[in-house]
Design a protein around this ligand. Structure first.
Ligand SMILES: *Cc1c(COP(=O)(O)O)cnc(C)c1O
Length: 362
């Protein structure tokens, strides 16, 4: 048996007729940018989350970058962010000229809420959390700190569509920034993303920024960009959204089997936070000798990926920030030990059996 980390074609096949009908509807409408499909998707996704406004943009990175810009965060400002995230989270800060202030992760791979307060200075302009791998961060503590210091809270929800903390959807605690990159839990068939907020003025601002900074055509109030979610992707996302809960519960079933049946003391399994509902964007395990473990899996035809091998503070592009190995030992240790196991919609019982068997024989 040969198993990939993710086989995207399977979730297309799961609801193929619906996707094809939606794409044709959008094609035949004769309207391809900023039309009814997007308006409907924005309404439906906001309703799904329990938020007031959703604004579709071109990618998750744009959702984050435009959010930072709309908050007027720029040169000389600091944004608190976790050290073990995907580079895009940090690029959104530096793209606006602001400085990322990295915080070590907790045992759930999310920002360690106990380490935020000592990092706050008079330059701090926002706290950015990442619900990494599909699990909500400690929102009770983080929201309390954001309130105490009157700081906006930006949530990178690129991996957490449908994930909850204490029954409330991620993306509704602060400003929610979503990616619909094809591999995400709510993935499109191309690039797209969205910003979610309850603040009408903020929503208006993002709406202007995504369309050259204009509310009324040719009346440009802000220096905006072109970052729109097109009609075909919106139509396809509406189909996927209507199945998101079943897609997430399929992932939860695979994760439950991994957690129950992988029993090998060399493998550290993920922990679930009390109050968090995990949607298993990735099922991430750790081992001391990862290179050996990964090549063993490779030999047994199981493909795995490292999310992520280089923490942003050590990325070549951020040499100018002046960090060195040892500055964030927990994030660095995770970068050396984590490995994502195959996890995707349409994964068969036999495939899950096979992965578990191979892992237990390691
Ligand atoms: C995927 C991802 C992004 C970026 O999303 P794009 O749509 O690819 O720009 C940002 N943050 C995290 C944590 C991600 O996983």
């Amino acid at each position: 048996m040969k198993i990939d980390l993710a086989v995207l074609g399977r979730q297309f096949e799961l609801h193929q007729a619906e996707y094809e009908a939606a794409a044709l509807r959008a094609l035949r409408s004769g309207w391809y940018i900023l039309g009814h499909e997007l308006e409907n998707f924005e309404r439906e996704f906001a309703d799904y989350l329990g938020a007031k406004f959703c604004i579709g943009v071109n990618s998750g990175l744009d959702a984050l970058t435009l959010t930072v810009r709309a908050l007027k965060i720029g040169a000389g400002d600091e944004v608190i962010v976790q050290a073990n995230t995907y580079i895009a989270t940090v690029l959104a800060i530096t793209e606006n000229g602001a400085t990322p202030i990295f915080i070590e992760p907790d045992e759930f791979y999310n920002l360690d809420a106990d380490k935020i307060e000592t990092a706050i200075t008079n330059k701090t302009k926002a706290i950015m959390v990442v619900h990494l791998y599909g699990q909500a961060s400690n929102m009770e503590k983080i929201c309390a700190i954001a309130r105490k210091y009157n700081l906006p809270l930006i949530e990178d929800c690129a991996q957490s569509h449908g994930a909850k903390f204490a029954g409330k959807m991620t993306g509704t605690f602060g400003i929610g920034c979503f990616s619909f990159y094809p591999t995400k839990n709510l993935g499109a068939f191309g690039d797209s993303g969205a910003v979610v907020t309850d603040d009408e003025n903020f929503a208006k601002k993002i709406k202007m920024l995504r369309n050259y900074g204009s509310e009324i055509k040719y009346h440009n109030k802000l220096e905006g960009v072109n970052s729109r979610l097109d009609e075909i992707q919106a139509a396809l996302l509406r189909v996927k959204l209507s199945h998101l809960d079943e897609l997430n519960s399929e992932r939860k079933n695979i994760a439950a089997r991994y957690l129950r049946e992988i029993s090998n003391s060399k493998i550290i399994l993920p922990k679930i936070r009390e109050d968090a509902e995990h949607v298993w964007h990735q099922f991430v395990v750790r081992t001391k000798n990862r290179a050996d473990f990964q090549s063993y899996l490779e030999k047994n035809n199981i493909k795995t990926v490292i999310h992520y091998p280089i923490p942003p503070h050590l990325a070549e592009c951020y040499t100018r920030l002046g960090y060195k190995r040892g500055d964030f030992p927990i994030a660095e240790k995770f970068a050396e030990e984590v490995l994502s196991l195959p996890m995707f919609n349409g994964m068969t019982e036999a495939e899950v059996d096979y992965v578990i068997g191979v892992l237990n024989n390691y």
